[in-house]
Each structure stands twice: as structure tokens, then as C-alpha cells.
Design a protein around this ligand. Structure first.
Ligand code: NAD
Length: 487
């Protein structure tokens, strides 16, 4: 084991970058801390513009050969990566939990299997990809999807490996090479992914991982003229910064950003289901972009809904995310905790009432909070908190429900509970959101588009939408046969 390898819950993790098929150390490091107990996990190589340039150069050098690799071979390697992920589910799960504090049981049973599925899905999709050809006055129009080139993929800390592979898998499947920049608060599983990809036979330089602070390494990646695509998941302010930087080369961007999604409960809804899924919005300690953080409940059932919600939410067990019985783990970082509490205390000072919670717990935990008496134009209703904090407002008719639901600058997701099929159709047609769930939550097929409207994002990914983004779409028009002989 090298001096740069740390042991995290029994798993060896290399703390260096992965560039051109080699481990590369920076002279400086940053400290990675576990949100579970605030202990230091290790010192991680802290990239600079130099490592960013080296990673892009490696991706550029590896691109021609990978782009020319047959689809069948690319798909075979992606499946081998999925095999590697499946073999290491336990290790990936415990490392991710130690690093970002999300529940071990959901990493084991939901998240890491989904990581493997991301690779399998895009491998199979690649093999099934067919293009429609068109004919115009005897000329054939042949549409092809050519790999775009080196892609920079930048990811957040709330679902690190899951969100990274949602980008890495289609980018590689499409024949691109990648520079992945994981979040500085949870960099470890990206390093393990580099090991797994190398073991699966992914050629050197096709996947590169550089670590570090976005403020120090970000611009060097996103303004680089050799980068052909940037896919970013994270906050709105960072997205604006990246868009400015990418403007230097007009590099195409995909932006998956924050949300302030509504969860609408009509009086005729299955109230037990609505309450169960409303309480689920506290999952991952509220650090979920899609969370329906604004509960909008029809006036006539609001009291009953609140009673049942409080009963259920009060029974949630908050504690060590490695414990099978835990429902809610810690928040990622003391700074995030301060931010959450700041939102809540300002809301309370402005007249909001904390029906449950409203304050910090021990250590890095925030007590699940429900705030009522909140105005539509207040900060707590308009801004993303990214913690276990929900608001509850009431409405008296469909018109008001839609107005409140659409009344923020975001448009990531929306959830509707109603027993009336026609009401569901009318309301969903008017909601501004990339994903709308009716009487369910969080279910999604990877073939379907995913993304946000308004400040929640630019572009869609998933199935064809991912290939459209990660490829240069080309139309080749060929004259009718025999044309050469004319004249
Ligand atoms: P963030 O914007 O602070 O950081 C995200 C990533 O961007 C990190 O890797 C960070 O190092 C990097 N970064 C920071 N400054 C940069 C710069 N100038 N140039 C390039 N990269 C830079 O976001 P976060 O706090 O890590 O994540 C939480 C946010 O992510 C929330 O707003 C949440 O809603 C959003 N999110 C969205 C989705 C989605 O799919 N829509 C999914 C998960 C999280």
C-alpha cells in the first residue's frame, strides 16, 4: 500500500488523482472529514490548474482510440465496470456512508445497485441505438451520433457515486473521454471508481479523476478549449459561474441544479399514502435535489394531514447512518448545518411556526422540521434549504394549488396526490417541472428524460437525451445513386 492510501472502514482508498492511467499526487492536500462524528478520514490530493490541464490532456490523448473502439467493445467494458461495482457494493456503500453520512442501508440496497445499473443501462442502450434515416428528393439523410470529445463532469456531495455515474456511463458509452471532478466534501468513491474502471480494462486516460476545491480547480477545467462538453450537478450560483467560464469556448453545458419542489395533496387523495411519502422528503437528511419540500395541502384536510404527518415524522429515528434502524443521518458539514439553521431561525423570526423541530440536534444532526404560517414570498418558501426542513401551506382550490406550486424560480419536480384522474391531468399539465409524480415519488426509468426547468437546470439527460448531449449529431446527405454519371 502506498503512503497515499488510507483505510476507510477497512477499505483501501487511494487519495491521489487518477490521470492518464496513473496515480498522481499534488503537493497540497485537503482534509476529508466524516459527517458521522467529525473525525478526519484522510488528506486528499488537492488539485490545481496544473492537474486540471494534465487530466484534460490525458482525456484528449485517449479520445481518438476510444471513439474508434467498436460499440460492442465499449459496451463490454461498461458491463465489466458494472460487474466490478457489484462485486464491491459493500465496500462502496460503507465508504460512501463514512464520507457523506447518508444511510448505509440505502447505499447497500438502492444506490450502489443503481450505480451498476447506470453502466449496464447505457451499455445496452448503446447497442440498441438506431438512427432514423430520411429521404429528400431522392437524397438520403443519414443521421449519426459522433462522440464529442473530452467531457468535464462535476458532481455534488449528496449522492456522489450515483450522480457521477449517471454522467460517466453515458459519456463513455457515447465514445467520449472524461475528467470527473467529485465534490470536496465526499471525494472517496470516485477514487474507487477509477480502480474499478482500470480493473475492468478501460484504457488509460479514458476516465480521469481530479480532486480539489471547485474554486481552485473549476475554472481551469470549464474554460479549457479542449473540453467539448461540461455536465454539472450542483447549486445555482456555481452553475452561473461555470456557464460564464464555459462561454469562453461556447462549450455545451448540461446543468442539473437545485429545487424547491411542491408536493400537492388534494382532499380526495389517499391520505395515508400522501403522509408516508411526505415524510420521505426527510430522506438523506433533506439533502435531495428532488425533495418535495413545500407541502401544499387542501384546506379541508390540512388539520388531519398535519396530525398524521407529525405522528409519523416524530417516530423517525435519527442517528448513526451505519445503524440499520436509523432513518435520518447527519448533515454533510458544519457549514451546511449552519446554513440550514439560519434559514429556519430567520423563518421563525418572520412569523413561521415550527410544528416539529426548528433546531439542531446533537453533533451534525438537524431535527426534522415542519414550518407552517409561512408566506409564499418568504425566503423559506422561495429558497432551497437542502436540509430536513419542510414548509406547509394550504390551498382552497385547484387554481390556488397550481399558483402556489409554480410560484418559485425553480422547476425541478412536483408531486401530486389526488384520487381524481381528471384533476391529476389538469394539474400536471400546468405544473412547471422536469419530473411530475402522481400518487408516487422518486420512481424513474433511465430511458426517461431527467432535468429541471427555470433555475433548476438546463437540458435533459437519460436515454436518448444523454446521447444527444454527449454526441455531435451529424446529418450526412448523399445524392441519389447514379448522380455521378449524370452529364
Ligand atoms: P456546489 O455547487 O457547491 O458544488 C458542486 C460541485 O461543483 C462540487 O464538485 C464543487 O467542487 C464544484 N464547484 C464549485 N465551484 C466551482 C467552480 N467555480 N467551477 C467548477 N466547479 C465548481 O453544490 P453542492 O453544495 O455540492 O450540492 C448541492 C446542490 O446540488 C443543491 O443545490 C442541490 O439541489 C444540487 N443537486 C442537484 C441535483 C439535480 O440532479 N438537479 C442532484 C443533486 C444535487
Amino acid at each position: 500500500m502506498s503512503e497515499h492510501t488510507i483505510t476507510v472502514a477497512g477499505v483501501a482508498v487511494d487519495t491521489r488523482h487518477w490521470i492518464g492511467g496513473e496515480r498522481v499526487a499534488s503537493t497540497q492536500t485537503f482534509e476529508d472529514v466524516s459527517p458521522i462524528d467529525g473525525s478526519t478520514i484522510g488528506d486528499i490530493s488537492r488539485g490545481t490548474a496544473m492537474e486540471a490541464a494534465a487530466a484534460v490532456a490525458a482525456a484528449k490523448a485517449a479520445f481518438p482510440a476510444w471513439a474508434a473502439t467498436s460499440r460492442a467493445e465499449r459496451a463490454r467494458i461498461l458491463h465489466a465496470i458494472a460487474d466490478g461495482v457489484e462485486k464491491r457494493i459493500e465496500e462502496l456503500a460503507i465508504v460512501e456512508t463514512t464520507d457523506n453520512g447518508a444511510l448505509l442501508r440505502s447505499h447497500r440496497r438502492g444506490v450502489m445497485p443503481r450505480v451498476a445499473h447506470n453502466f449496464r443501462f447505457f451499455a445496452d442502450w448503446l447497442l440498441s441505438l438506431e438512427h432514423e434515416d430520411f429521404e429528400t428528393r431522392g437524397h438520403s439523410n443519414h443521421v449519426s451520433w459522433d462522440p464529442a470529445g473530452p467531457c468535464v463532469l462535476i458532481t455534488p456531495w449528496n449522492a456522489p457515486l450515483m450522480l457521477a455515474t449517471w454522467k460517466v456511463a453515458p459519456a463513455l458509452a457515447a465514445g467520449n473521454t472524461v475528467v470527473l471532478k467529485p465534490a470536496e466534501w465526499s471525494p472517496l468513491t470516485a477514487s474507487l471508481l477509477a480502480d474499478i474502471a482500470a480493473e475492468a480494462g478501460l484504457p488509460a486516460g479514458v476516465l480521469n479523476v481530479v480532486q480539489g476545491y471547485g474554486s481552485e480547480i473549476g475554472d481551469a477545467l470549464t474554460s479549457h478549449p479542449d473540453v467539448r462538453r461540461i455536465s454539472f450537478t450542483g447549486s445555482v450560483p456555481t452553475a452561473k459561474r461555470i456557464a460564464e467560464s464555459a462561454a469562453a469556448n461556447l462549450t455545451p453545458l448540461s446543468l442539473e441544479l437545485g429545487g424547491k419542489s411542491p408536493l400537492l395533496v388534494f382532499a380526495d387523495a389517499d391520505l395515508d399514502l400522501a403522509v408516508d411519502l411526505a415524510v420521505e422528503q426527510y430522506d438523506n437528511a433533506g439533502q435531495v435535489c428532488l425533495a418535495g419540500t413545500r407541502l401544499l395541502v387542501e384546506e379541508s384536510v390540512a388539520e388531519e394531514f398535519t396530525r398524521r404527518f407529525v405522528e409519523k415524522a416524530s417516530a423517525l429515528k435519527q442517528g448513526d447512518p451505519r445503524d440499520e434502524a436509523t432513518d435520518i443521518g447527519p448533515n454533510i458539514h458544519p457549514r451546511q448545518l449552519e446554513k440550514i439553521d439560519g434559514f429556519v431561525q430567520r423563518a421563525v423570526a418572520a412569523g413561521a411556526r415550527a410544528v416539529i423541530g426548528g433546531h439542531r440536534g446533537d453533533g451534525q444532526y438537524y431535527v426534522p422540521t415542519l414550518l407552517t404560517d409561512v408566506a409564499q414570498d418568504s425566503e423559506i418558501v422561495q429558497e432551497e434549504v437542502f436540509g430536513p426542513v419542510l414548509t406547509l401551506q394550504t390551498f382552497t382550490d385547484e387554481e390556488e394549488a397550481v399558483r402556489l406550486a409554480n410560484g418559485t424560480r425553480f422547476g425541478l419536480a412536483a408531486t401530486v396526490f389526488t384520487g381524481d384522474h381528471e384533476c391529476a391531468e389538469r394539474v400536471t399539465a400546468r405544473l412547471v417541472a422536469g419530473t411530475v409524480w402522481v400518487n408516487c415519488f422518486f420512481v424513474r426509468d433511465l430511458q426517461a428524460p431527467f432535468g429541471g426547468s427555470r433555475l433548476s437546470g438546463v437540458g435533459r439527460e437519460g436515454g436518448t437525451w444523454s446521447f444527444d448531449f454527449y454526441c455531435d449529431v451529424k446529418n450526412t446527405v448523399t445524392a441519389p445513386s447514379g448522380w455521378r454519371n449524370h452529364g
